[in-house]
Ligand binder design. Structure first.
Ligand SMILES: [Zn+2]
Length: 136
């Protein structure tokens, strides 16, 4: 099983961001520099129904990718939150464009601690869960 390793500070920051906006799906990308240094780029959710789905704002996304190029980092994960649903790809996620080149990380602040954050990889046959390991 594939593993996504994130630092405690990265997961803490993501959970805080999701908790700060409990009524909408927050979203953004995580970039990785080398093997360790991660940067979170929050991106505006421009979906017409942001409580139920997310669409990355195109302008924010371009700016984030430009910063990543300058920093020499690569796209690690696209994250979003589920305000009141499990951290599993929703029907909207499954029907959406998806990001096969990156992990999909879903944050669900209302779930039990073990299920607050789950990672997925979009493959040919849909989303497959990957192991999420939180450590420095
Ligand atoms: Zn979703």
């Amino acid at each position: 099983m594939e593993t996504l390793k994130l630092s405690p500070s990265t997961t803490h920051e993501l959970l805080n961001a999701a908790n700060a906006q409990p009524l909408v799906e927050i979203c953004g990308v995580i970039a990785r520099e080398g093997n360790h240094q991660d940067t979170i780029y929050p991106i505006a959710n421009v979906h017409p129904d942001p409580a139920r789905a997310f669409t990355l704002d195109a302008r924010d996304q371009i700016a984030a990718f430009k910063s990543m190029r300058h920093a020499g980092s690569r796209l690690l994960a696209v994250y979003h939150s589920h305000p009141d649903q499990p951290a599993e790809p929703s029907a909207a996620d499954r029907a959406g464009v998806g990001y096969p080149d990156a992990f999909t990380l879903i944050i669900s602040p209302t779930q039990s601690p073990a299920d607050v954050m789950r990672a997925w990889r979009l493959g040919e046959h849909g989303f497959v869960e990957v192991k999420l390991r939180v450590s420095n």
